[in-house]
Design a binder for this molecule. Structure first.
Ligand code: SF4
Length: 325
């Protein structure tokens, strides 16, 4: 670990003053501290934001508002979240471990870095950590890597379960920085790797997430998160499905669907949504609708199983959701 300056501001204005590319904001620390110990992240300034007034879980006519510093476990346990947005509670409870969920913040979860092992090993080539150095995963161990949205420069998956759930529900993310405040749809917040995999989102240098708003909808309360992984605890997704459905009797009026564990960012599946709209909730409907889910996928040497796994994960989510009615 290298030397850095440290501050603990109490107001947002102080936190973002002078913040730039050399600044890291510290919330739960469950990603940042690990990566600093490994020399993967080497900020010159660490700003502890835990004293900022960025808390609160509230529900109003616009939807669910969650402050960036709320802890994952608190959001998962919230009565309104569990009743009106069960997908969010499920995605949180299937993330990490209980200890980590007690520490990690909502804002930090959305900004967590990839679990690609090469990214965390400074002795290997990694374009995301060191632009232009190469991608060790392309010819190395790539079983857990992405098949959608990849490039020749990077094939790392986005690791957040919560982000997949929030993208499916049409969430907005609120930001503040030197140029003021702005709100960005989470669906457009994350960047594809292209030739610049070190650029992971639209955050400007020194900009801070202050919170999220999940809109009210006819589908959020009828939602599910299914996560397939190598072990049933403390593991990242090989494939996951966030599914929310507005029903008309046994017919799907409309569906919102996103996938995790397969894309370089949370992966919306609009073609699957269109294929489900207006159809009866039957096994045949689900089989047919998910046929296009992995269109455009580029499997790697160790993860040719992922397109089929993605389709089956979606079918399982749709089936369990339909049976729970
Ligand atoms: Fe680095 Fe991305 Fe390649 Fe992993 S997949 S080694 S993060 S460039």
């Amino acid at each position: 670990m290298r030397a850095y300056t440290f501050s603990q501001p109490r107001v947002v204005r102080e936190a973002i003053a002078h913040a730039g590319t050399d600044t890291a904001f510290l919330a739960g620390g469950t990603t940042l501290v690990d990566l600093m110990k490994l020399d993967v992240m080497t900020p010159a300034r660490v700003v502890d934001i835990n004293r900022l007034p960025l808390r609160g879980i509230t529900l109003d006519r616009d939807g669910l508002h969650v402050g960036a510093l709320e802890r994952m476990s608190d959001v998962a346990a919230d009565h309104n979240v569990r009743r009106d947005y069960p997908l969010i509670a499920q995605a949180l409870e299937l993330s990490a471990s209980a200890q980590l969920r007690n520490m990690a913040s909502i804002g930090g979860n959305l900004l967590q870095r990839t679990r690609c092992g090469y990214f965390r090993d400074v002795t290997t080539a990694c374009n995301k950590r060191e632009p232009g150095s190469g991608c060790s995963a392309l010819t190395g161990i790539n079983r857990t890597h992405a098949i959608l949205g990849t490039s020749d420069a990077c094939v790392a998956t986005h690791p957040s379960d919560l982000a997949v759930a929030l993208v499916a529900l049409g969430t907005d993310v609120h930001l503040v920085g030197g140029q003021g405040t702005r709100t960005v749809p989470l669906d457009t917040f994350y960047a594809l790797p292209g030739s610049t995999p070190q650029v992971e989102n639209v955050l400007r240098p020194g900009e801070l997430i202050t919170g999220i708003t999940v809109p009210r909808s006819m589908w959020a309360a009828n939602s599910i998160y299914v996560k397939i992984r190598d072990r049933q605890s403390y593991e990242f997704a090989l494939a996951s499905a966030a599914v929310a459905v507005e029903w008309r009797g046994r017919t799907i009026r409309q569906a919102r669907i996103a996938a995790g564990g397969v894309g370089t960012r949370p992966w919306r599946l609009p073609a699957v949504e269109r294929a489900l709209a207006g159809r009866p909730a039957t096994a045949d409907t689900f089989e047919e609708a998910v046929r296009t889910a992995a269109d455009g996928a580029l499997p790697l040497s160790h993860n040719a199983f992922k397109p089929a796994l993605l389709r089956q994960t979606l079918i399982r989510a749709l089936t369990v959701l339909a049976e729970s009615r």
